[in-house]
Design a protein around this ligand. Sequence first.
Ligand code: FAD
Length: 567
Amino acid sequence: MSGPEHPQRRPAILTVDDDPAVSRAVARDLRRHYGERYRIVRAESGADALDTLKELKLRGETVAVFVADYRMPHMSGIEFLEKAMDVFPYAKRVLLTAYADTHAAIDAINVVDLDHYLLKPWDPPEEKLYPVIDGLLEEWRAVGDRGMPYTKVIGHRYSERSWQVRQFLARNEYSFRSVNADDPKGKQLLDAAGLDGSRLPVVITEKGDCLVEPTDVELAELLGLSTSPQLEMYDLAVIGGGPAGLAAAVYGASEGLKTVLIEKATTGGQAGRSSKIENYLGFPTGVSGAELTTSARRQAERFGAEVITTQEAGKLEINGVGAAHSIRLNEEDTVGARAIILATGVDYRQLEIAGCWEDPDNPANNYIGRGVYYGASVSDNSECAGEDVYIVGGANSAGQAAMYMSETAKSVTMVIRGPSLEAGMSQYLVDRVTKTPNIKIRTCTQVVDTGATDGHLSEIVLLDKQTGQRETVRCDRMCCFIGATPRTEWLEEAGIARDDHGFILSGPDLQNVVGWTLDRPPHHLETSVPGVFVAGDVRSESAKRVAAAVGEGSMAVMLVHRYLAEA
Ligand SMILES: Cc1cc2nc3c(=O)[nH]c(=O)nc-3n(C[C@H](O)[C@H](O)[C@H](O)COP(=O)(O)OP(=O)(O)OC[C@H]3O[C@@H](n4cnc5c(N)ncnc54)[C@H](O)[C@@H]3O)c2cc1C
């Protein structure tokens, strides 16, 4: 994943001594010899040193060596090293002792797994200090932990919210590392943040700030994205931040319209979930959906479009031809616009079998995000390393996901109802999928039941439609790509005409629809409400392709100009 650069910071050598003169002297000698490659950090008490360690941990930095004085009043060097080991277990441990304390130092070898005790004074350092530290650093470099100078998401592998948070960050091309809360590294990070792990996920930013169970709005703010409108009135409001909406925002803003784009989740739409789009013009080796759409968002913003994420348009109030329409976002925010482009795309259809769909009467009773996934594959394919993955569906999106996951998964099985892949997938993908050794294809097959272990999916039941035989197979992850439906019910009240499947009618398709009130016919992408246009997958009979959505988003802006000139 690309994203902002995070230069690897220098590992630290931390010294702690309550005698300021000794503390300065150790730090000075260490800095002289190691200052270029290591950061020398000095503390004058065990408690201070521990606070510093926690800060370093949260910021994703690492410590190579501790040098602690044995005799300190409130916390001895041994006590300090014992606690420090919990935070940086790989750091090498050196105890600084006077001759009289040699016995205590020898005992400490067992208590804190001491690597060395160093007698004071250590002059000349070339003979007594540097050879010791050189040896320890060499050992540390061979096995020591690497810093994680990235934002960390600490959560559980099978937690829906942890998965959603990772998706949100990945789809915005934000660099992060995922850490399991049960792993030692996860526990250390939580300890360092003073958290007991009862509320997950936790996001620890590069600067060391902690977000516990963050909402999408908090995540958007972390990423510097706008979450509420700056103005009350715009020339153009675009609803939906997939390729169609992003294209409309780029063209609207670049052509001088005061433009706002409203997105309920994060920009990118379905395209943002694609691991690799290979048929979009201008990218001969393909482009990840997140990269394409994050660049488009930046492009729209550069032209002055306001892009608001994590806000769902929930109601449209139509105020007559020429007048501004209102879009209700939430209890507080309403946005007015002289023209509107609906680019709300489609949402994934869910498998209607136990554990796989959101039953409104029992919303928690499913494994979605805990082994069952819709539309999204994985934010990073290392997530499915060693797993047995099943992909349900046979369209291009399913093929892309299979290819991406097969790089790390133990096995990937595509389950399709039809007799062959060719019926639903582009030939270039069929060729790749069939040549990949760890991808299996099961045609004429359907998933008919699921089973779980500890609350997450662990098996599925397959039905061979030709023989009628059922087979229960182990399944760590099932990703479903079984078609999509528009979510346009909220537009009914505003009188936006839709076809029998909920897709929005426009232009010539409105011929037989009652309700059009103007003398002129509707413009090509204009809906049954003058001044409200539609673009992309949500339009009835649209092509369901990135390029088509981008083309329609751009073209809708041209028609908006025409409408505004007439109004
Ligand atoms: C995994 C995958 C891989 C694909 N690969 C390819 C490919 O390789 N080539 C290709 O050409 N096509 C591909 N497609 C199809 C392509 O992505 C879609 O055709 C395209 O994204 C449609 O764009 P859109 O803007 O019309 O809608 P969408 O991409 O569906 O975007 C709609 C957006 O509107 C938002 N929204 C919905 N309702 C509201 C609301 N009320 N308020 C605010 N926001 C709302 C949604 O959150 C969403 O972000 C793929 C699709 C998927 C899922």
